[in-house]
Design a protein. Structure first.
Length: 416
């Protein structure tokens, strides 16, 4: 297939055999416009036919945004630089030494850790059981992590409503709440009645009993508290009638029938009372492509390589013998199971975390969510920061070259 590039030709000039007249608004390459035509604006636009090889040759000379590694964080670039300049045995030894430090500090902090867990709210204790929070905090502080709010989320839980705290991890972008918390509280009893009064749809009956079974499994894992069988029981447990009811539904995905429980926080209006302040920059395929581009550039540049960071610092080193020999680089993809469930809901937001499921007979089962729900906008923002904290330590303490990608939920959907 032949391709053409735009240029201009005088009105009275004759088209050459390799040229084609183009509509005036067709985009063209302005560097091809003759200077005398630029000055008086005369002429018509034509295309010059070229073979595919010529087009590709020209394209290779152009700058593309993905040719830049500016989207990569400095710490990630430093980890990559270390991976290609240090011998694998050296990297392994350094990581084992760091792992030994982690284990020793965990043992030193074990008594204080147990005391800390005892002081946490009862529902938070069940969610963070077994997590070494003091060690996590110590390593974040030692490496100067910029947002220690993540520790508050672990220790006190996450607010499902109100305004998200500002974070140094992301650029600020305010998306205000659609309703106030007072409005949510006032409308909660009526909205609850409407939800309970809706009949069970035919398509819901198919998965209704399974949904109740899976909810009970979450009770056993301390993610939920319950079940309760009436509004009065829930009101007595929470100490307030102003609690919201969020309906659960079961989504069966793919050929393998993967089951995912979705909590519809959009319909219960809880998401409408949450305001975000962070612009979540996800480490998507663009970041991965930039990472691979940087890796290829360093390998091609060797044996002596250099890398400039965003602050102007330039790293210099020699490629490792493994990198010079072209040894294969192994990559893996990990999916964190029940990611949001690793954090608790704050005590103040327990009344906004009540979930409801019905069996096939239409009987309601009520649960108080103790961990972050899949369907809440607040969950997305909070866990993105927690994931960045984990990644930060992988970069800084272990030199692991890793990117993360978490789906950002649109507040107008139920995160399906």
């Amino acid at each position: 297939m032949r391709l053409f590039a735009g240029c201009r030709l005088a009105d009275n000039a004759r088209l050459a055999d390799n040229e084609k007249s183009l509509p005036p608004k067709t985009a063209g390459d302005e560097v091809e416009v003759a200077e005398e035509l630029q000055s008086n604006g005369s002429g018509i636009k034509v295309g010059v036919w070229v073979e595919p090889e010529g087009h590709i040759a020209r394209a290779l000379q152009l700058f593309h945004p993905m040719d830049s590694t500016i989207v990569l964080p400095d710490r990630l670039m430093k980890a990559l630089f270390a991976m290609v300049t240090k011998e694998p045995a050296v990297l392994a030894r350094e990581r084992l030494e760091m792992l030994k430090l982690y284990r020793n500090r965990a043992a030193d902090l074990s008594i204080a850790e147990a005391e800390l867990h005892k002081k946490l709210p009862a529902h938070v204790q069940g969610v963070v059981k077994g997590k070494r929070l003091l060690l996590f905090e110590e390593r974040l502080k030692a490496n100067l992590f910029p947002d220690m709010q993540v520790m508050r989320d672990f220790l006190e839980g996450v607010d499902l409503v109100c305004e998200e705290p500002f974070s140094e991890l992301f650029h600020e972008k305010l998306q205000p709440a659609a309703m106030t918390v007072d409005q949510l509280n006032l409308s909660a009893p009526l909205q609850r009645k409407l939800t309970i009064g809706r009949p069970l749809a035919d398509h819901e009956k198919e998965h209704a009993d399974r949904l109740v079974e899976l909810s009970q499994e979450e009770v056993e894992e301390n993610f939920l508290r319950g079940p309760f069988f009436s509004e009065e029981e829930v009101t007595a447990e929470l100490g307030t009638p102003c609690w919201t009811l969020t309906k659960r539904f079961l989504l069966v995905q793919g050929d393998d029938g993967k089951e995912r429980i979705i909590d519809d926080y959009r319909r219960s209006h809880v998401n409408a009372a949450f305001a975000s302040r962070s612009y979540l920059e996800l480490q998507d395929v663009d970041v991965l492509a930039s990472l691979i581009t940087l890796l290829m550039r360093l390998l091609k540049e060797g044996p002596q390589v250099s890398l400039q960071l965003s602050d102007g610092t330039v790293l210099h080193a020699r490629l490792s013998s493994a990198a010079m020999a072209g040894e294969a680089i192994l990559g893996r993809c990990f999916d964190l199971s029940k990611a949001y469930k690793q954090l608790a809901v704050s005590s103040a937001s327990l009344k906004y975390s009540v979930l409801g499921a019905r069996d096939s007979s239409g009987k309601w089962f009520y649960y108080i969510g103790q961990s972050l729900p899949f369907g809440s906008t607040a969950s997305v923002y909070s866990f993105n920061k927690t994931a960045r904290a984990l990644q930060f330590l992988l970069w800084e303490d272990f030199g692991v070259v890793t990117t993360i990608w978490l789906k950002q939920m649109n507040r107008q959907t139920s995160n399906i």
